[in-house]
Unconditional design. Structure first.
Length: 122
């Protein structure tokens, strides 16, 4: 581990350091950046799932995916700014796409309600 990587590790909250150590031991072929990315993803999904993970369906909820990506973006910028510089543009583009899909979904639902309303007003 380079001095810069050691500093990133040392700046992590205790829970994140535990996760880092676990992921690093489970994946000895991963480099520091890969482990840090996994820690950030793990932390944000854990925060979002909270006490009842069965209520969340990540694959079908762009709003949830957007919140997770925003959390990863914040975590990376705080604890791994060097890595964030590399993947930040990808995260921001993904958030933009999810915003677009969310807005399109809202417009679609609104059009359905307008159609139903028009049917009942005729």
């Amino acid at each position: 581990m380079t001095p810069q990587q050691q500093q990133e590790y040392n700046n992590l909250p205790l829970d994140d350091r535990r996760d880092y150590d676990l992921f690093a031991s489970q994946h000895p072929n991963w480099d520091h950046d890969m482990v840090m990315k996994r820690v950030s993803i793990n932390r944000q999904i854990g925060l979002m799932l909270g006490d009842n993970p069965m209520e969340k369906d990540i694959d079908k909820k762009p709003e949830f995916q957007k919140i997770v990506l925003e959390g990863i973006d914040r975590w990376m910028s705080k604890y791994a700014p060097r890595i964030h510089q590399q993947i930040g543009p990808f995260i921001h583009k993904a958030i933009e796409k999810l915003n677009y899909y969310i807005q399109q979904g809202i417009k679609f639902i609104a059009s359905i309600f307008e159609t139903i309303k028009a049917l009942f007003n005729t």
